[in-house]
Design a protein around this ligand. Structure first.
Ligand code: CA
Length: 509
């Protein structure tokens, strides 16, 4: 399925200072291929991999995005393939030497006139889905709850067509854990905030066992006794199932009466993530998502970007954008915390990227990070959240999470995202039960191969058929259509739902 425009050898050079560029052509290029600028390849270079634009001496800087992504492990001839073995990893930016709030971007003009159709919640927030959430205080109840949810979906939910879904918040926490360890606050606040998710319409139920360490009242302090069921109080299995079903139906009746109403874009909380990244992520999908993020911020929304290990090596480009000293210091605090966390586990940041990332042309975590932060667009960074904290500000927020797709997804849900925009180059079918996931492809070939999984193709930015701005607007409009229930993502259409994955850095007993 080669498209005509790809027959010409093409590369993408991001910044005038760069001495490497990535090959665009889907099948890579053979030695002898000549680019329009006259550069001739002296060996084969796969798609997304780097070609040397000049001779690079041993130990000289290899520059992409105008930044040093590494140092040459040997002499690299102009026109040759700069594969990962030739790129020596530079050290991370020193957290003590960072400039804070020194280049705060000027606020762009507000974007007026955009709204979505959402469900107004009692606490003033809005939801984009009308879901009955059933949360759990301990993993012990999962089997019973799953049995009950299956019956609810088959026997009761069809009577309430205005309710989108019934979702069990199953997790691996609650007992057999050092619940008073200082770091236990992360999984506990994650579970607590998941139960308060805006897509649940403030009707969440809580199922507990009765003898667990994490009490239902601790994770749902605002719930009344009638919202909580302890399985040890029930007489046998069928009584447990029956009780859950009855409590669910009471709430389904209420949820079914809700109607969508016009809500301002400022009610939206949008999460950004990348997974299965490749060398195109940073030049196609991520900048397009960054453009959409700027539009959302201009329209008053809250936008979260995350993935500490993928911003750590580009942190010197982020702290200057912090809106003030306090936000800049909070960014550095989250980086320091993660450095220590990795150190305790006796690994370093080279544990990221994955083998697939490397196959896609990413030499190391520095190159990956420079591409990853393009998702954050160009707005000032107005706040920082520790893992699992609920977003309480508008604008662009850094929500500290691991880069792991499922863990980042779970933590962003706890922070209250209505939906997640997910860029991918290698491809992943990842989805979430509580919120739609919009997939944005970095390459034409992936969008064509996975046409029933990819919602938006940003790959055509690489071939010049679409601009970053056009793709950004496309993503922005699609977000509002999905939020309004006018369009469905592929993950919603197929019902693709990954398990929640808690971030628990505390001991298990
Ligand atoms: Ca990720």
């Amino acid at each position: 399925m080669k498209i005509k425009v790809e027959e010409t050898p093409l590369y993408i050079k991001v910044n005038p200072k760069d001495n490497v560029a990535i090959v665009v052509n889907t099948w890579g290029l053979e030695p002898g291929a000549v680019f329009p600028c006259g550069l001739e390849l002296i060996e084969r270079v796969p798609q997304g991999h780097k070609v040397a634009l000049t001779d690079i001496k041993e130990n000289d800087a290899i520059i992409r995005y105008g930044e040093v992504i590494g140092y040459a492990a040997a002499f690299i001839r102009k026109g040759s393939w700069v594969d990962e073995s030739l790129v020596k990893l530079p050290s991370s930016p020193d957290l003590k030497e960072l400039s804070i709030a020194s280049q705060v971007p000027e606020s762009m003009p507000p974007l007026e006139g955009f709204t979505f159709q959402g469900y107004r919640n009692k606490d003033g927030s809005a939801g984009i889905k009308n879901i009955l959430g059933i949360t759990t205080s301990v993993q012990c109840v999962t089997g019973v709850l799953d049995f009950a949810v299956k019956k609810i979906k088959e026997e009761i939910l069809p009577k309430y067509p205005n309710v989108d879904d019934v979702v069990a918040i199953n997790h691996s926490y609650g007992c057999g854990v050092a619940i008073n360890a200082p770091l236990a606050e992360i999984p506990i606040r994650t579970i607590t905030n998941l139960a308060k998710h805006p897509n649940f319409g403030d009707e969440a139920l809580v199922i507990g066992l009765g003898c667990e360490k994490l009490s239902p009242m601790r994770i749902a302090p605002d719930r009344e006794e009638r919202d909580i069921l302890s399985l040890q109080d029930q007489s046998g299995f069928m009584s447990m199932v029956q009780s859950i079903m009855e409590m669910a139906e009471e709430r389904l009746i209420k949820l079914n009466r809700r109607k969508r109403e016009t809500c301002p874009v400022s009610d939206l909380v949008i999460g950004l993530q990348c997974g299965g990244s490749d060398a195109f992520s940073g030049v196609t999908a991520n900048p397009a998502v960054g453009y959409a993020a700027d539009l959302l911020v201009r329209a008053g929304a809250t936008v979260l970007f995350s993935e500490v290990t993928e911003v750590r090596d580009a942190i010197h480009l982020l702290t200057p954008r912090a809106v003030n000293e306090e936000v800049g210091k909070a960014l550095i605090r989250e980086m320091e915390w993660y450095d220590q966390y990795l150190l305790r586990g006796e690994v370093d940041r080279s544990a990221n990227p994955s083998p697939g990332n490397k196959k896609g042309g990413l030499a190391n975590v520095v190159e990956k990070s420079l591409g990853s932060i393009a998702k954050s667009g160009s707005s000032p960074i107005s706040g920082v959240l520790s893992p699992g904290e609920r977003a309480d500000k508008k604008g662009l927020i850094f929500a500290a999470t691991p880069a792991s797709d499922f863990v980042c997804g779970t933590l962003q849900l706890a922070s209250g995202i209505h939906l997640q925009v997910f860029t991918t180059g290698r491809g992943t079918p990842y989805g979430l039960a509580m919120a739609p996931v919009i997939k944005v492809a970095t390459r034409n070939a992936l969008a064509e191969k996975w046409e029933d999984l990819i919602d938006i193709n940003a790959g055509s930015i690489a071939t010049g058929e679409k601009s970053i701005e056009e793709a950004g607007w496309e993503i922005f409009h699609f977000i509002l259509d999905v939020a309004s229930g006018h369009k469905k993502t592929w993950t919603e259409q197929w019902g693709l739902k990954n398990d929640l994955a808690l971030f628990n850095p505390a001991p298990i007993t």
